[in-house]
Design a protein around this ligand. Structure first.
Ligand SMILES: *Cc1c(COP(=O)(O)O)cnc(C)c1O
Length: 393
């Protein structure tokens, strides 16, 4: 794992993101000079004598392809240590396993449905208490924080309503209470936002999304600065065993190399489509962090470099039938869960990604039955607009 800041030119000038993204974690393979880290498809490593090895004993604990990826993850998130997991929820699972019965977690009331399901259906029965609040107002967190609060879990922008929470303000509240702050940075990606720089303790990613970028792998990641926290999470990673295979690590390493180029186009296309939808006479509301009249705009501007390619919207006709017509008429936007790949997707949170959240909870938190979510890909923006035009009618 990367222990020192990634510097090429003496410390004077920090390396720019685009350069870090290409070179992070990439060392020519020591045995052949291969420029790409090989896929070390092995379960074990031969020792010269008992206990005499090259830092690799058994592949659940260490794998060179995974190590290259973990170093890269640390560098692009401006952290010291990266840990890769077999999925985003496995990374989340590892964070919650830092806790003990009686501990409390304050979590965002608008977040990925699978995270909500893991918290309420798996961990609550082990005596961990989850309190869900609207984290866009930091005072809501302060109102419920107690000496039992050990973790604050936020997503920003949130899935699917693109709400923005103030990472540095929440980090201050967490520190004062002695709680950890974990930010699910999946929607922003390290290209748009680096939560550790704003005071977060742990950054979590579903690498399945923008980091992988090509809809061909399931993977998760954590990035941390604190050495003892890294040791605890690494212990959980190897003890519980939710590690990614070397092929999947290779795919994410390769995906990361074009993160900045893809994200730039995701952002450009996202802006064009958000404005198009907002001007459409049949569209009721567009959720995208880049609108100046959005409640979270000032904070988004402060903590993000751009606004991304995730957009949700509702129609003036709020019926499920009207939404279904759009969902089944798009031709370039494929109807599918997930996001962050090069191709555009359309999703219906109420019946797909967020179906695991009870309807009353969804409605209470502003997730309408007819809400549709777009993961805007990197195709030509005019073609994407033509597709939405014919689908919305
Ligand atoms: C997909 C997703 C997850 C879960 O990650 P998996 O890789 O599917 O396990 C967590 N958070 C967010 C915001 C996601 O979009």
């Amino acid at each position: 794992m990367q222990e020192t800041p990634f510097q090429l030119f003496n410390n004077e000038q920090p390396m720019k993101l685009a350069t870090k993204i290409i070179h992070a974690g990439a060392e020519p393979d020591p045995s052949t000079g291969a420029i790409m880290t090989p896929i070390y498809q092995t379960s074990t490593y031969v020792q010269a004598a008992p206990g005499q090895h090259k830092g690799y004993e058994y592949a659940r604990s260490q794998n060179p392809t995974r190590k290259a990826l973990e170093d890269a993850l640390a560098i692009i998130e401006n952290g010291k240590y990266g840990l890769a997991f077999s999925s985003g929820v496995a990374a989340t699972d590892a964070v919650i396993k830092l806790l003990s019965p009686g501990d409390e977690v304050i979590a965002a009331n608008d977040m990925y449905g699978g995270t909500y399901r893991l918290f309420t259906k798996v961990f609550e029965k082990f005596g961990i208490k989850f309190i869900f609040v609207d984290t866009t107002k930091t005072s809501n967190i302060e109102a419920v924080i107690t000496s039992n609060t050990k973790l604050i879990w936020i997503e920003t922008p949130t899935n699917p309503l693109m709400n923005i929470s103030d990472i540095s303000a929440i980090a201050t509240v967490a520190k004062k209470a002695g709680a950890l702050l974990c930010v699910d940075n999946t929607f922003a990606s390290p290209y748009l936002q680096n939560p550790l720089d704003q005071g977060a303790d742990i950054v979590m990613h579903s690498a399945t999304k923008y980091l992988g970028g090509h809809s061909d792998v399931i993977q998760g990641a954590l990035v941390i600065n604190d050495g003892s926290l890294k040791d605890q999470l690494h212990f959980i990673q190897k003890s519980c065993g939710a590690v990614p295979g070397p092929m999947d690590c290779f795919l994410v390493l390769r995906g990361i190399k074009t993160l900045h180029v893809r994200m730039q186009r995701h952002c450009e296309n996202g802006a064009v489509i958000a404005h198009y939808l907002r001007s459409h006479p049949k569209v009721q509301k567009v959720y995208w962090p880049g609108f100046e009249d959005n409640a979270g705009f000032a904070i988004a501007k402060k903590q993000m470099r751009d606004f991304g390619g995730m957009i949700s919207f509702t129609l003036k006709d709020e019926s499920i039938e009207a939404a279904n017509k759009v969902l089944s008429s798009t031709k370039l936007f494929s109807l599918a869960e997930s996001l962050g790949g090069v191709e555009s997707l359309i999703n219906h949170p109420a019946s797909m990604t967020h179906a695991s959240i009870p309807r009353e909870e969804r409605i209470k938190n502003g997730l309408a039955d007819g809400l549709m979510r777009l993961s805007v890909g990197i195709e030509d923006a005019n073609d994407l607009i033509e597709d939405l035009k014919q689908a919305i009618g």
